[in-house]
Design a protein around this ligand. Structure first.
Ligand code: NAP
Length: 553
């Protein structure tokens, strides 16, 4: 562990010990530079450290939600389930940190508060809340796209006399919900996973539903010997496939295999009966990928999307027969995938339990939180012992703005991005020399399987670092014109999708005052990787290089 009392000088500071940060540290060492990870939490894991609510698991298959860069790690780690639970992912990342001897270069429990660029020296000063100060040549932000919890703007939350928890800040020691009257605000990915996991524990679970989601069954299960044998014998091919799949769920290679012949069909060539058959097969396979990939253009063509949306709504109606409950749970007014789809086993079925009530807060909104519960517009107070906020995140920019980042001439990143994020290839920002971002806005990040997408970015940055800094270049940053063209390209691609058809965190709509901009790059991983490769082939075109002396002089 590092001594917090003195300022430390390293080649590369990486903020965050999640998937991206750990791999980046390994890469930095491979290149021959010194690196340190600074991590706010007490251990590795990133979002998987913090999001330890009951039922938390990844909705991308474990075998592809895994690193590929280390043969040792691949050989020695075995996943137990198709979709990995939070605790197992955290164990995996701890295993990686130990196996690759990464911990000696990680400072835990150190929250970075400021990162200041000094043009005279060409170095960044990184200041942590615990007093640690680092001087570094290169600053890499691996802070995670979904890190800063967003509490709902409901008055009176502080007056509540019971316990309150946010899913993204779940206590390490757990929360006792047994026999309690629990209110759940939020039915996105977190809320829909938590709900079936606690429905049988509690005395009463009151689920406050504002915008119902399209919730797909995961059909999670233990991995079988046959799964493992199949994975081992097709690993290279399946990993390559996962790495190039365009959207989230693109890691579902196990279920996908049985569906190979129905992938990306042209819906226009199928009869109604054939379409239903394809969608039913996808639904039975479970997970997000089959339905997302079954038909071409589901993300971009409203007619195709509507067919899939209607199918999912029909499946909800198969389980929920009560018309009032069905209305509360049926997504309307926005297409499938405009919000991130949720994947949870037993979600709709849980509403049939006597212990669970669904409260339609579109029809009867929450007006305030009172000491003993949640008050609705009609004056009814839902009595509660515990409130669980599964209310989401200030996504993609929140974790970057949580640090006071100042680039050239003291310019603040938060000010530069006031109208929306400005990046080149999602990794570099003009006026912020030697600062790079992993998994950030302007990159495919959250709409893809983030693990292989992050690995691609780590490799790309590794090459960039090796071919510039190691050859004597002091400063690298995004060229202003290249950045403007990339931002325009991101907006053009986003305009071809259905993402602006819903108020989601993808476009910042869940945070008042946040500019309404599609945050991730929506052109797909293939186009993204091609753009990065084209830059690299031309000597990292779009990045400007200079030396510190020239700049300060
Ligand atoms: P989210 O998708 O943003 O959902 C937040 C929920 O809180 C929504 O249902 C929202 O309703 C509700 N809400 C917020 N304020 C409210 C208010 N004042 N009154 C009533 N309802 C309110 O957040 P999340 O579920 O934490 O998921 C965020 C992202 O994290 C996911 O999309 C996913 O990318 C990631 N995640 C992934 C996994 C995984 O399996 N890999 C698991 C969990 C999370 P409205 O929609 O009406 O605003």
């Amino acid at each position: 562990m590092l001594d917090a009392s003195e300022s430390k000088s390293v080649d590369v500071v990486i903020v965050g010990a999640g998937f991206a940060g750990l791999h980046m540290l390994w890469k930095v060492r491979q290149i021959g530079l010194t690196g340190r990870i600074i991590e706010a939490e007490a251990d590795t894991g990133g979002c998987w450290y913090a999001n330890r609510y009951p039922g938390a698991r990844c909705d991308v298959e474990s075998v592809t939600y895994s690193y590929s860069f280390s043969d040792e790690v691949e050989r020695e780690w075995q996943w137990s389930e198709r979709y990995p639970p939070q605790a197992e992912i955290q164990r995996y990342l701890a295993f990686v940190a130990d196996r690759l001897d990464l911990r000696r270069d990680i400072e835990f429990s150190a929250r970075v508060e400021q990162a200041l660029f000094d043009a005279a020296t060409g170095r960044w000063t990184v200041i942590c809340a615990n007093g640690s100060v680092y001087s570094t040549h290169i600053l890499i932000l691996a802070v995670g796209p979904l890190t800063i919890p967003k509490m709902p703007d409901i008055p009176g939350a502080e007056s509540f006399k019971g316990q309150s928890y946010h899913t993204a800040r779940w206590p390490r020691e757990g929360a006792n919900l047994a026999g309690k009257r629990v209110g759940l605000i939020g039915t996105g990915s977190s809320g829909t996973q938590l709900m079936p996991a606690v429905a049988d524990l509690v005395e009463k679970l009151s689920v406050f539903i504002r915008t119902p989601n399209y919730v797909l069954p995961a059909r999670n299960r233990e991995l079988t010997t046959a799964d493992r044998a199949y994975w081992e014998s097709h690993k290279a091919e399946l990993k390559a496939k996962a790495r190039r799949m365009e959207v989230a769920g693109g890691g579902d290679v196990l279920s996908f295999e049985s569906l190979r012949d129905i992938r990306a069909l042209d819906i226009a060539t199928l009869t109604e009966e054939e379409r239903q058959e394809v969608m039913e097969t996808c639904w039975q396979a479970g997970g997000p990928a089959p339905l997302i990939f079954a038909f071409a253009n589901v993300y971009t063509d409203p007619a195709v999307n509507e067919i899939v949306s209607r199918f999912i709504i029909s499946k909800i109606a198969d389980t929920i027969t009560d018309p009032v409950l069905l209305e509360t749970l049926t997504p309307t007014g926005y297409p499938f995938l405009a919000k991130r789809p949720c994947v949870a086993d037993g979600y709709y079925e849980s509403f049939l339990k006597a212990s669970v009530e669904a409260i339609n807060v579109r029809a009867n909104p929450i007006v305030r939180i009172v000491p003993n519960g949640i008050e609705l517009r009609d004056g009814h107070v839902v009595p509660l012992d515990v409130i669980v906020y599964a209310s989401g995140f200030d996504a993609m920019t929140g974790s970057l703005f949580a640090i006071d980042i100042r680039g050239r001439d003291g310019v603040r990143l938060a000010d530069t991005w006031q109208a929306g994020p400005l990046t080149y290839l999602g990794v570099a920002v003009h006026d912020f020399p030697n600062m790079f971002i992993l998994g950030g806005p302007g990159s495919p990040s959250v709409i893809t399987n983030v693990v292989p997408t992050n690995e691609f970015q780590v490799d790309f940055l590794g090459d960039l670092i090796a071919q510039t800094y190691l050859r004597g270049v002091d400063l690298v940053e995004a060229d202003a014109d290249a950045q403007a063209r990339w931002v325009q390209h991101c907006q053009d691609r986003a305009a071809q999708t259905l993402f602006d058809r819903a108020d989601s965190w993808y476009i910042g709509a869940n945070v008042p005052g946040k500019p309404r901009v599609v945050l991730p790059y929506t052109g797909g991983t293939i186009a993204y990787q091609a753009a990065c490769a084209a830059s690299a082939e031309k000597g990292f075109e779009g990045f400007v290089r200079s030396d510190a002396a020239a700049m300060s002089g």
